[in-house]
Design a protein around this ligand. Sequence first.
Ligand SMILES: [Zn+2]
Length: 335
Amino acid sequence: MNSPETVLKNSKRANNSIMTKVLPLAAALLLMLILCSCDDASTLMREDNEYPLVVSTIFPGYDFARSIGDEKAGVIQLLPPGAESHTYEPTPQDMMLVKKCDVFIYAGGESDTWIEEILSEDDAQGRVVVSMTEVSDTLVEEEKEGMHEGGVLSDLFGEDGEEEETDEHTWTSPKNAVRICDAICDALCEVSPENAGYYKDNCGKYTGQLKKLDQRFSDTISKCPRKCIVVADRFPFRYLVNDYGLDYRAAFPGCADNAEVAADSIVTMCDYVKDNNIPVIFTIEFSSGRIADCVAEVTGAKIMTLHSCHNVSSTDEKYIDIMEQNLINLSEALK
Ligand SMILES: [Zn+2]
């Protein structure tokens, strides 16, 4: 392979004196970054590793797996921190990780078709796959009054509205999070039976915390006078609202990828917020917040974040902490 310097020497742009100084430095930095990240993943991929390699596409699977595997598993999240999960394109290294890992965790919905393709092509021996949708109690996406009609749902449902789409955001329910953790624990025990006691112990402790979280949601929300939230954004919270008996209004169903919302949908949402004196409207993480800004300007409602945990800014964050903050924000919205 040519060194970055050789590549640059052969390049016409190398004649430019400023570029000659800047580009080798940038290329060297880039190469260093690539080598560092490869090294991290390839260390975890080594065949003689004592502990299993777990790969999760998105944050919830990653956070659950590291809580259960802890010191006796190597856990990698494919989606880089801060990246938008629905526009994510796997790199060749990501493909390699999916093929080489011992336990693979993914959401299992419409946005994961590339994964189903890799899994069907590949006959990896001994790899256990956990689809979060498959191990959860599932619900279908639904269209509510005022929702944007040009989104994914209308396309899928066609004219007669017969076909239904399973909502893939199962982890937004702490009850489902417990089911997902149990499935991840089973997978780890299967690939590394000698550490089964360790994984089961960790899983029991962690799901105990999730059950307490679930109880706090139930207790807090049942005491709130309001029972409806307004999400001026995509709506990956079908499972969360279903668990705690909440109604909702949202700009889009699920994670519909059509970001343009019709003016009459915004008008309907503004009317609902004004008619019901809704104090808080929500946006989700990594959102442009444009619809919420518009609704807030018209209605005077406060904008807060409801975090769907698809991804995080830093993997130091924790699912349980994010959900605790969601509960604080929900309490304010349901006053
Ligand atoms: Zn989504």
